[in-house]
Write a protein that binds this ligand. Structure first.
Ligand SMILES: Cc1ncc(COP(=O)(O)O)c(C=O)c1O
Length: 404
């Protein structure tokens, strides 16, 4: 029982605790971002406008995608992707069960059914070996998630998708910038959704991007992102623009603002530096924890560039005398913020009850969840912060490992 575990004895050694709390995640904002937002505020154009358009074209170039549509979340981008594929009632969409609710809820919004698939025990990404078993005549698309920023096994997934003539939508909420065998995430599947939520590797506060090489999908997504209006508002109101527009579909209100794009332009320009800092932190964690047999470090195979949005450490609970929840409590007492990614969707009340799922249906995802602790990893962390996290983890393990 989760709640019960928390009431166990206090486990941290107060002497090792930091004097101030290290947050689990923080955005990295410089004066350039602030100046650009202020410039936008002075410009008189706050909503979708020239900065959003520039952000779209620069982002498209960064991921080598012919089209990019800026929206207000990755959730919106995935919803638009499903709409562009015409997914609706009676359709099924494959979704890995180890993900955030957004990946599956958009399928429900289309009145289709998310068909959950278990994940690979090492990467925690969609397991190609499980995928094929869940494809039925009703399957209309495969949603792939790149958990933590680690690209999924795209060669195998693409081969299965091609064999069944199924499009792939990538949930790359964690995966910018990332690549798989030299190809940028954003240019691999039929459509890719990125998140620019506050804690993501590139942030616009809240925001998202849909990329695609397919001009028809891009056109439909751009249309549906703004009420199904045939012309962008900023073109209508700009000098020489026309007041006339037509509604050709019942669209959504998913457009990005120029205020958000102001942040995005500068975050994008700095994305390689931001990535390098995350890579350094990940390397230091992995070097330290590789020597600790009570934990499993996240994989980082040579054929990918991992975006390191998250660093998910997995506890080998059979070698420890404490639960994951108590481990988290000890880190909190050591003044270190943590999180858990992810509570698999099949044990969440909505999905469990709607689709009659049992906890044991997806054993790999359940096991990964029960052992997962996400450690802080963000560019603003100092080397001392990283040292503190390593020392606290090592100390808790040392005092709670089973001695045989
Ligand atoms: C795997 C995954 N997909 C989608 C999302 C949704 O992103 P957004 O908040 O931009 O809609 C998240 C958010 O954390 C996520 O973790």
């Amino acid at each position: 029982m989760e709640g019960k575990a928390l009431s166990q004895t206090v486990v941290s050694d107060k002497k090792t605790a930091r004097t101030s709390f290290l947050p689990f995640a923080l955005p990295h904002i410089t004066q350039a971002e602030i100046d650009e937002v202020v410039d936008t505020l002075h410009s008189g154009w706050l909503s979708t406008g020239p900065k959003t358009k520039r952000f779209e074209s620069e982002f498209a170039r960064a991921v080598t995608a012919p089209h990019a549509i800026a929206v207000n979340s990755a959730t919106a981008a995935m919803h638009l992707a499903l709409d562009a594929l015409g997914i609706g009632e009676g359709d099924e969409v494959i979704v890995p069960v180890y993900t955030f609710t957004a990946t599956a809820e958009v399928v429900v919004h289309c009145r289709a059914r998310p068909v959950f698939v278990d994940v690979d025990p090492v990467s925690c990404n969609l397991d190609p070996a499980q995928l094929e078993k869940h494809i039925t005549p009703r399957t209309r698309a495969i949603l792939v998630v790149h958990i933590a920023g680690l690209p999924a096994d795209m060669d195998d997934i693409l081969a299965i998708a091609q064999a069944h003539h199924l499009p792939i939508i990538e949930d790359a909420a964690h995966a910018f910038p990332a690549s798989y065998r030299g190809r940028s995430v954003g240019s691999i599947g039929d459509m890719t959704a990125f998140s620019f939520y506050a804690t993501k590797t590139l942030t616009t506060g809240d925001g998202g991007m849909l990329t695609t090489a397919n001009a028809d999908y891009a056109e439909r997504a751009a249309l549906m992102a703004l009420h199904g209006i045939t012309r962008d508002a900023w073109k209508r109101y700009a000098f020489g623009g026309s007041w006339y527009y037509e509604i050709v579909a019942a669209g959504y209100k998913y457009n990005m603002t120029d205020i958000a794009a102001s942040l995005g332009l500068h975050q994008l320009a700095r994305c390689q530096w931001l990535l390098q800092r995350r890579q350094e932190i990940a390397r230091r964690y992995t070097e330290a924890f590789a020597l600790v047999p009570e934990v499993e470090t996240p994989p980082n195979p040579a054929h990918v560039v991992h975006a390191w949005h998250l660093y998910i450490l997995r506890l080998r609970l059979e070698r420890l005398t404490l639960t994951r929840n108590v481990f988290i409590q000890a880190l909190t007492e050591a003044q270190i913020g943590t999180s858990v990614h992810f509570i698999p969707l099949h044990i969440q009340p909505f999905f469990r009850d709607t689709y009659h799922l049992a906890a044991g249906d997806f054993p790999v995802a359940l096991d990964a969840y029960q052992r997962a602790v996400s450690l802080p990893i963000y560019p603003g962390m100092t080397d001392e912060d990283v040292d503190d996290v390593i020392a606290a983890v090592e100390h808790i393990i040392e005092t709670h490992k089973k001695r045989v």
